[in-house]
Design a binder for this molecule. Structure first.
Ligand SMILES: [Zn+2]
Length: 304
């Protein structure tokens, strides 16, 4: 039985005027890894690639750790803990951050939301004549973002799924520039090239696409670019094969069959969604289930 547990932010302190960045602390991460070890075996990315077929059908419990977004704090805090326990995880990074020196819009939104309340950001979008969510979309939003209040869920859904990327990027950029210095955030938030190279060298680097868009909503040429370009870039940077990908957002809208087919076509062997569940034998290898760390043993929403 193979359980994948996914992480994003890992830091000591999550305090903010409007807390909008959530994740684990290093202590909680270590505690959860120890729980996994009690319940079964943690596997490395190389073991995942080499033994996937056996792991999936085995009656024993196997855990696989993944990190999305290529955040520097993952390198600084998670890696030493993994090292200490003699473990490895795979880190999925976006190529845009290092290649173009740009902060992903998704992270700009996280940062803005931690300093500006969601209802004011919604007001700003209304002022810009952006159409708000329908009743049906609002329902989807509150289901998708069940940990958020309604205004935050509405804002996230609007930004992630309703406003076109071009418009969204412009809107977000214009507010972001007023509150943050992009170069500073870039430096502090993301892994450096040498950190990415280090991870690739120990076979722990995967792709999270180029730009962090929901792939399922892209035109096919853009979809191919997102998948292929990040693979090529990370491979050229590191000299190692990049065989695994985690799709940004990982929701059904973001991970369509076309996304999986295209990922396979450009050379990925395994692709991860955020659909909860253990990995089933019959599953498409390019659309694998993956739990959020909160939903597995030791997580705050875990119900055995
Ligand atoms: Zn992500």
């Amino acid at each position: 039985m193979l359980t994948v547990s996914n992480y994003h932010y890992i830091r000591e302190d999550y305090s903010a005027p409007y807390p909008s960045i959530f994740g684990v602390t290093p202590t909680a991460f270590k505690k959860q890894l120890k729980l996994f070890k009690n319940e079964g075996d943690l596997i490395t990315p190389s073991e995942f690639l080499a033994n996937y077929e056996e792991l999936v059908v085995s009656k024993d419990n196997f855990f696989f750790i993944t990190f999305d977004d290529g955040l520097k704090e993952q390198f600084d805090f998670a890696l030493p803990i993994l090292d200490e326990l003699g473990m490895q995880a795979i880190f999925f990074a976006n190529s845009m951050n290092t290649e173009e020196g740009r902060v992903s819009t998704v992270h700009k939104i996280h940062l803005l939301r931690s300093v500006i309340p969601s209802h004011l950001l919604l007001d700003y979008l209304k002022e810009q004549k952006i159409a708000m969510l329908t009743q049906e979309e609002l329902q989807k939003a509150t289901t998708n973002y069940r940990f958020d209040d309604t205004a935050s869920a509405e804002l996230k859904y609007l930004l992630n799924f309703k406003i076109s990327f071009d418009v969204q990027e412009l809107l977000v950029q214009s507010i972001f520039e007023k509150h943050f210095l992009e170069s500073e955030i870039l430096e502090s938030l993301y892994m450096s090239k040498s950190q990415l190279q280090y991870l690739a060298n120990i076979d722990c680097l995967g792709s999270h696409t180029h730009t962090h868009y929901p792939l399922g909503l892209l035109r096919e040429d853009k979809l191919i670019y997102e998948l292929e370009h990040s693979k090529n870039y990370l491979e050229q940077l590191s000299g190692k094969a990049i065989q695994m990908i985690a799709y940004p957002y990982g929701t059904p809208e973001a991970c369509t069959d076309l996304v999986a087919e295209t990922a396979k076509k450009v050379g990925y062997l395994y692709g991860f969604t955020t659909k909860k569940g253990i990995i089933e034998k019959s599953q498409n290898k390019l659309l694998l289930n993956r739990f959020d760390c909160n939903d597995v043993v030791g997580g705050k929403n875990y119900k055995p």
